[in-house]
Design a protein around this ligand. Structure first.
Ligand code: UT7
Length: 341
């Protein structure tokens, strides 16, 4: 039986915003905390400093700040939002969802608000889920936020991880754009068999918090860095190629790649494999480190504000992370009323 035709809207990013803590943690400071050096950190990761939340600050607070900026940029009042998705692995608390806390901070009620856990791929996952809910459903505008305060689950006695991570939030308002613009293709994926390469072992139903889990430092990120590195380079190349061809484009058409900001060596390796010049990869990992679910939103907002992103540009947003998961989107940038073409 034929159903009624579902209206299909074209969904794009109407505005972005970011928020980061004021406190800067430099490589020089890390040198006083663990056996590391600025030289090692810069040459192996490209990171020079990262932002770290103060005691009492929370994910929902930075999500709120980033959301307000994205709403302003999108010329949308908070009341114009009818869906909130928050990607995070460091929610304010296990429940309620940080998206619900954010909804309350925004003074909104009734609209659906939920969290999504896909590690550093979270922002791409949340954009894709929101897009699918807006495309044919009753929702018109969505607020998507990637936020993580990884400093809260980072072991500052473990030099192999503590130099990498930082805190922050990146937000985007999604809504209808003209045909040919916005999200043209998306790919989400997961490889759960690789999950142990990047995890926080305790604090969940398997190993609830106890004196022993705290003493064993099991409430911190545990990572097999080299395994994640190899997965990252391979999946960034493959998924970026697939979304580009899914959109009927070639890699030469891509003006900007906004990759998950984990390590500049991963970004360079992906650029080389894709044959896309490094200058077309937006990089800010040097100033923020790896901010997990915030990273792509944070980078996209800086790129948008740099003046270098033009109306009609094709972008690939590509990420990888805990799960192991990945996400890739091909977006044609819509500048809204600011568009000159
Ligand atoms: O968002 C997803 C999350 N994770 C990632 O994206 C991380 C992906 N992985 C990476 O970025 C890299 O694997 C790391 C940056 C984590 C590590 O770089 P690497 O080139 O793979 O180094 P490695 O783990 O092979 O370690 C090389 C050496 C080791 O010493 P030995 O065994 O060769 O003597 C480490 O103990 O470097 C040592 N090392 C350090 N030395 C100084 C590890 N961390 C440090 C450090 N300072 N901070």
């Amino acid at each position: 039986m034929m159903g009624a035709a579902v209206p299909t809207r074209h969904i794009g990013i109407l505005g972005t915003g970011l928020a980061v803590p004021g406190r800067v943690l430099t490589n020089a400071e890390l040198e006083t905390m663990v056996d590391t050096s600025d030289e090692w950190i810069v040459s192996r990761t490209g990171i020079r400093e990262r932002r770290i939340a103060e005691e009492g600050e929370s994910s929902s607070q930075f999500a709120h700040e980033a959301a307000l900026r994205a709403l302003t940029k999108a010329k949308t009042a908070a009341e114009g939002i009818d869906l909130i998705i928050c990607a995070t692995v460091t929610p304010d608390m296990a429940f309620p969802a940080t998206a619900c806390l954010l909804q309350d901070r925004l003074g909104l009620s009734r609209i659906p608000a939920f969290d999504l856990s896909a590690g550093c791929s979270g922002f791409g996952y949340a954009l894709t889920v929101a897009e699918s809910m807006l495309r044919g459903g009753p929702f018109r505008k969505a607020l998507v936020v990637g936020v993580d305060l990884l400093s809260r689950i980072t072991d500052y006695a473990d030099r192999s991880t503590c130099v990498l991570f930082g805190d922050g939030a990146g937000a985007a308002v999604l809504g209808e754009v003209p045909e040919g613009y916005g999200i043209l293709a998306a790919e989400l994926g997961a490889d759960g068999a690789g999950g142990s390469a990047l995890q926080m072992p305790a604090g969940g139903s398997l190993k609830p918090a106890s004196l022993a889990t705290v003493e064993n430092r099991e409430h911190y990120i545990k990572m097999q860095g080299r395994d994640v590195f190899k997965f990252a380079v391979r999946i960034m190349e493959e998924s970026a190629r697939r979304v580009t061809s899914q959109a009927g484009l070639t890699l030469e058409d891509v003006h900007w790649v906004v990759p998950h900001q984990a390590n500049v060596r991963i970004i360079r390796a992906a650029a080389e494999r894709l044959g896309i010049p490094e200058e077309r990869f937006f990089v800010n990992v040097d100033r923020y480190g790896n901010t997990s679910a915030a990273s792509i939103g944070l980078a996209l907002d800086e790129l948008a504000r740099s003046g270098e992103l033009r109306h009609g540009d094709y972008l690939v947003l590509v990420g990888f992370g805990a799960g192991l998961t990945w996400s890739a989107l091909l977006v044609r940038w819509w500048s809204g009323e600011d568009a000159d073409g």
